[in-house]
Design a protein around this ligand. Sequence first.
Ligand SMILES: [Zn+2]
Length: 297
Amino acid sequence: MEFKQINDHGYYFEGAVNIGYVHHGDEGLLIDAGIDKSSIRKVLRTLEERGLPITHLFITHAHSDHYGGAHVVQKEKKVHVIAPKFEKAILENPMLEPLYLFGGNDPLPELRNKFLEGKPIVVEETIDEGKYCFNSFEMECYILPGHSYYQAGLVIDNILYAGDAYFSVEQLQKHKIPFITDAHATIKSLKRLTQIDALGGVPGHGIFEIDFQETVQKNMEYHVMLLEEMHCYITSKKTVTHEELVHYFCSHFQVNTTQLSQFLLFRTAVTAYAIGLIKEKKITQKIENYRWTFCSN
Ligand SMILES: [Zn+2]
């Protein structure tokens, strides 16, 4: 993980999952904490070597690749832990993620892995949309749902730390069906990002860009492309069961997996586009012949 300086106060650790850092004198704010012990240890070591403090930890959303290392920070450093409401509930009870992905059924043992479930942390302060001040850190928090129910992005010292509200174009192409929970909310959040005035943006996966708006725009186009693909398919079939839709989308975009945990992530993402089409009134849903079914309007 490379430690990169953005401006006088803003930095980030560039890796598979980025970790933000803001430095104000004897205070330091970490934004997200990586997936596990080993990744966060490297971050803590780099900061220690440079004499940079950690006093605050902000978690953008309760996905284990963003908070899996947080319990180490909380154990080893005296930090004030901040997270959005709802996400807090999962951060303190991480089994909720495999539980919700499994549709509320008790998760099978293979679902309780580090990609779906990190170690719990205690969140001392919850945030919502608005301006906040934690000691010397003044920030504007934005609730940006669509990828996670109550994900937050923040602007601090003119830099946007966006969590997973947008992805790099490479990430979109790599994942093919990006993990989202509601395509309509995702696009709405992306539109909000276009109105945010900042000197640059750091996504959860990707690199810092001054012109992050261009990437945000490409994210919108990508989700619209997937929505149109799904809409065309449902229109051509008139009625499609949920299972057929998941099968069609995963095979069309070639996201084959044999793992239940990965399959559930794709199933949630495919369903997110169906939810988007329902909210845009382009399709409807009903239970027909014992099956959850989508129909073109
Ligand atoms: Zn995420």
